[in-house]
Each structure stands twice: as C-alpha cells, then as structure tokens.
Design a protein around this ligand. Structure first.
Ligand SMILES: NC(=O)C1=CN([C@@H]2O[C@H](COP(=O)(O)OP(=O)(O)OC[C@H]3O[C@@H](n4cnc5c(N)ncnc54)[C@H](OP(=O)(O)O)[C@@H]3O)[C@@H](O)[C@H]2O)C=CC1
Ligand SMILES: CC(C)CCC[C@@H](C)[C@H]1CC=C2C3=C(CC[C@@]21C)[C@@]1(C)CC[C@H](O)C[C@@H]1CC3
Length: 438
C-alpha cells in the first residue's frame, strides 16, 4: 500500500473538515445555480423555489448521453496527435508524454455534432436535460474519484502528489493522492482537464457561428452553451444579441485553451495537485454546468442589449483577452526559450535553480497578469445579462475567490522553489493581480 506523506505536510482547503464541507457544498452549489437560473426570481442567494425529486434528477437517457460523450472524447484523445509533448520532470527524473490533439478533438466534435443534427439528432432537447446530466456527471465524478483513490493505494511513492497524502481518507479523496494517474498512454487528469467538460461547455458554438444564419436547426449543439442558444432561437425566433456575445466570448476562451493545450502541462493542477474529487468534479461537472450559467440565465430571462453597450462589452472582452493571452504567451515563450527574440530583451532575475524570473513586460506589471486578463473577461461574460440580477455574476465572484486563493498557493510554491529571488521579485513587482489595488 502506498504510504502517506506524514504529519508535516501543510493541509490546504481547511484540512479534512474543509474538504468534507466542500464535498457537499460544491455539488449543492452547482444544483442551486442550475435551479435558480430556470426559476422566475433567479436569486443567487436564498433557497430555490422547489427542490427536484429523484425522478427529475435521474434519467437513463441522460446517463447514456453522458457515457457516450465521455466515450467520444476518450476516442478522440486516442487519435494520432499532431505532436506529442513532454511534461515537467517528475520526482524520479522521468518525463511523461502527452498527445497534443485537443483542438483537433474540438473541431471533430463540432463536425460530428453538425452531422448528427443534419441526420435529425434532437439536440434542442438538451437544455431540459441539464439537471439529469449534471446529476450523472456528479455521480460519475464521485465514482471515478473513488477509483482514483483505490488506484493510488498500489501506486509507487514516487507517483504520489506532494499534497493529498495526509492519511485522512476524506481529505485525500478530495485532493487526490496520485499525481498523474494513467493507464498506459491514457492520462486521466490531462484528459479530464481539457476534454469532456471544457469541450462540452463551449465547443459547438463554432459550427453555430458559421451556420446559424443559414440554418439554425442544423447546428444545434449537443453541447451546453450552444444548446441553450438553439433553444432560445426556437423560443424567440433567433438568439438574442446577449446570447451571441456570451457564446462567442466563451467559445473564444475554450478554443484558445485547446489551441494552447501544451501550456496546461505547466499548470499546478498537472505538476503539483493530485487527481481526486476536486479536479474530477471540477473538470467534469463544475465547468460545463456552472460556467455556462450566463447562457442558462439568458435562456429563461432574456435581456435587451443595444449595439452601443454590446460594443463596450466586446471591447472589455478584447482587453481581457489581450492581457490574458499576452501574459500567458510571454511566459510560455520565455520558459521554452529565454533567448527567443520576442522575450530576449526583457529584464530578468536569476534564481538559484538556474531558471530566471521575468521582471519586465507583462510580468513586471503585476505578479499574475494572466489572472487579471481572465477576470476582465469574466466581467465581459456577465455584463450581457444586464444588472437586474446577481445570479449571472456568480462566475465573476467565484472566479475572483478561486484566483485569489490560487495566487496565494502559487506564491507559496514559488517562495519554496526560488527563495530569496522570489522575495526580490515581490519587492520589485509589489502587486499580485490588480495594479495599485491588490
Ligand atoms: N477558467 C478557470 O477556471 C481557470 C483559469 N485559469 C487560467 O489558466 C492560466 C494558467 O494559470 P495557472 O496555472 O494558475 O498559473 P500561471 O500560468 O500563472 O503560472 C504560475 C507559474 O508561472 C511561473 N512564474 C511566475 N512568475 C513568473 C515570472 N515573473 N517569470 C517567469 N515565470 C513566472 C512560475 O512557475 P515556474 O517558475 O516553475 O515556471 C509559477 O508557478 C491563467 O491564465 C489562469 O487565469 C486558471 C485556473 C482556473
Ligand atoms: C470545483 C472547484 C471549485 C475547483 C475546480 C477547479 C477547476 C474547475 C479549474 C482548476 C484549474 C482549471 C483550469 C482551467 C479550467 C478550470 C480548471 C479545471 C483552464 C483549462 C481554463 C482555460 C485556460 O486557458 C487554462 C485553464 C487551466 C486551469
């Protein structure tokens, strides 16, 4: 049996009690949001109008659809990739290999959905199935996390994550014990991080953008955002401007993540966190069902949006994307090749590890410019929903909390890695996310 990491490892997320609370709170919040979005008052705070019974939540059709979706994404993952990338060095000095074919999976999914629609697949019914789908996604996440927990019992010590091995079963189940659980070439965490949830959230908006004007029926999506847009077209003749904006922005975000798939290999989720309930539920249920909240809200609560306001919102999203992409690409280019002409002129600090830290360019403005850009985009995704309700701003609120917490975790890890050099970086770049504010 794989040993635990011992009592000295610092516990995160409030330890076992915090983990136990989150195990219940996260699914409860997701269902609350799903119910609130379709209710008349659409209240973020306060109890939902009615609680659904098991007959509303459980549907064999939803289970079949969900398993077919997972199967499709797994099959696309196994297709030949345009590139195979190496991950960061592991404890045993080895590096894992990962297929880079996420964008290909997105395009193929969009094509298959388009074909399915033209063959009469009733995808317009999807918004009515959101509750049972979220239910089976949550069940799957629980069962899958249990499998991951058991699998870690027989994993070698070198395969365990730095956190998630405290010996407390609830905490370890939540955080995840094994760093990169795989069967042969199939890496469960890498697969889940980008494929079923993220593609499910946004993908089909791409065929929608191309085809919607000519034949809305043809491009109705199996995927949540698009299906909501389709439903709105069905109910009101055509999708509203607000719905177009939300879908367009989120499609850009999903497409960007898959286009830059290799960058995920350096995120703390892949390099540091174990794969347990937090990420399994986050990737498979939380992302598709709560990140599409604005589109769900707009379906049930249409909002007027004039062209001048829409232009301002587009500008906000473009600004956020410019910062987000600029900062992420600058760091990725620098980490791949510090003498690349695009980054060679930037000022740096040397560290004892031999790696350098950027102190000018995007990374000289604040210590997490990419988070700032991401938050500005989050604002732009909510603004099309107007200001009459707080509910569509949930993503912005949750995401601010997530990124503030994530930033603190990352700083702790960087301080450990880079010591004095990191302190020097913090002195020279004093703000974390928002210049002069935070
Ligand atoms: N939509 C969502 O739900 C979420 C989105 N995201 C987004 O994903 C993207 C990735 O975020 P995340 O994984 O948190 O981490 P980051 O991309 O911010 O990476 C942090 C790492 O960058 C390196 N680094 C930090 N400062 C510098 C510097 N000055 N110069 C060079 N390298 C530096 C360090 O690693 P090292 O030195 O080892 O290279 C550090 O650990 C972000 O854009 C974020 O907004 C993230 C979480 C959730
Ligand atoms: C359920 C909990 C509250 C926390 C779940 C967290 C996960 C939803 C996120 C952890 C890191 C993520 C990243 C992304 C999506 C959300 C999760 C999985 C991206 C793939 C989003 C697109 C970006 O371009 C890259 C991100 C990497 C981290």
């Amino acid at each position: 049996m794989a040993p635990t990491q011992g009592p000295r490892a610092p516990l995160e997320f409030g330890g076992p009690l915090g983990a136990a609370a989150l195990l219940l709170l996260l699914p409860a919040t997701m269902f609350h949001l799903l119910l609130a979005a379709r209710s008349g008052p659409a209240r973020l705070l306060g109890p939902p109008a009615s609680l659904p019974g098991l007959e509303v939540l459980w549907s064999p059709r939803a289970l079949l659809l969900w398993l077919a979706w997972l199967g499709l994404q797994a099959a696309l993952y196994l297709l030949p990739a345009r590139k195979v990338a190496e991950g960061q060095e592991l404890k045993d000095k080895s590096r894992l290999r990962y297929p880079i074919n996420g964008f290909q999976a997105l395009v193929l999914t969009a094509l298959l959905v388009g074909l399915g629609m033209s063959a009469g697949l009733p995808l317009g019914a999807l918004p009515e199935m959101l509750l049972p789908l979220a239910f089976v996604a949550t069940l799957t996440a629980f069962i899958f996390s249990l499998f991951l927990y058991m699998k870690a019992q027989v994993a070698p010590v070198s395969a365990l994550a730095p956190g998630g091995n405290s010996g407390n079963p609830i905490y370890d189940f939540f955080l995840g014990r094994e760093l990169n659980p795989r069967i042969c070439f199939f890496d469960f965490k890498y697969f889940c991080e980008l494929r079923p949830g993220l593609i499910g959230w946004g993908v089909t908006a791409c065929c929608l953008m191309v085809k919607a004007v000519q034949n809305l029926k043809l491009i109705a999506g199996v995927l949540i955002n698009l299906a909501l847009l389709m439903k709105e077209a069905e109910l009101r003749g055509s999708p509203s401007l607000a719905m177009w904006l939300v879908n367009g922005f989120q499609l850009l975000y999903v497409g960007d993540a898959l286009w830059h798939e290799e960058a995920v290999l350096t995120t703390m989720d892949i390099t540091h966190d174990g794969f347990g309930f937090m990420l399994a539920f986050g990737d498979m249920a939380w992302v598709p069902f709560t990140y599409s909240l604005q589109a769900q809200f707009l379906l049930h609560h249409p909002q007027p949006l004039g062209l001048p306001m829409a232009s301002v919102i587009c500008l906000i999203n473009a600004t956020g994307y410019y910062i987000f992409r600029g900062a992420n690409s600058q760091k990725n280019t620098f980490r791949k090749n510090p003498s690349d002409p695009r980054v060679a002129g930037l000022e740096t600090i040397s560290t004892a590890t031999g790696r350098k830290l950027l102190v000018s360019g995007w990374w000289g403005m604040v210590r997490h410019p990419n988070y700032l850009g991401d938050l500005i985009m989050a604002l732009a995704w909510s603004l099309p929903c107007g200001v009459s309700h707080l509910l569509p701003y949930f993503y912005l609120l949750y995401f601010t909390a997530l990124l503030v917490h994530r930033e603190a975790r990352d700083e702790r890890q960087c301080l450990q890695k880079y010591g004095l050099a990191w302190q020097e970086y913090c002195r020279r770049v004093p703000y974390r996310i928002m210049p002069y504010i935070y």
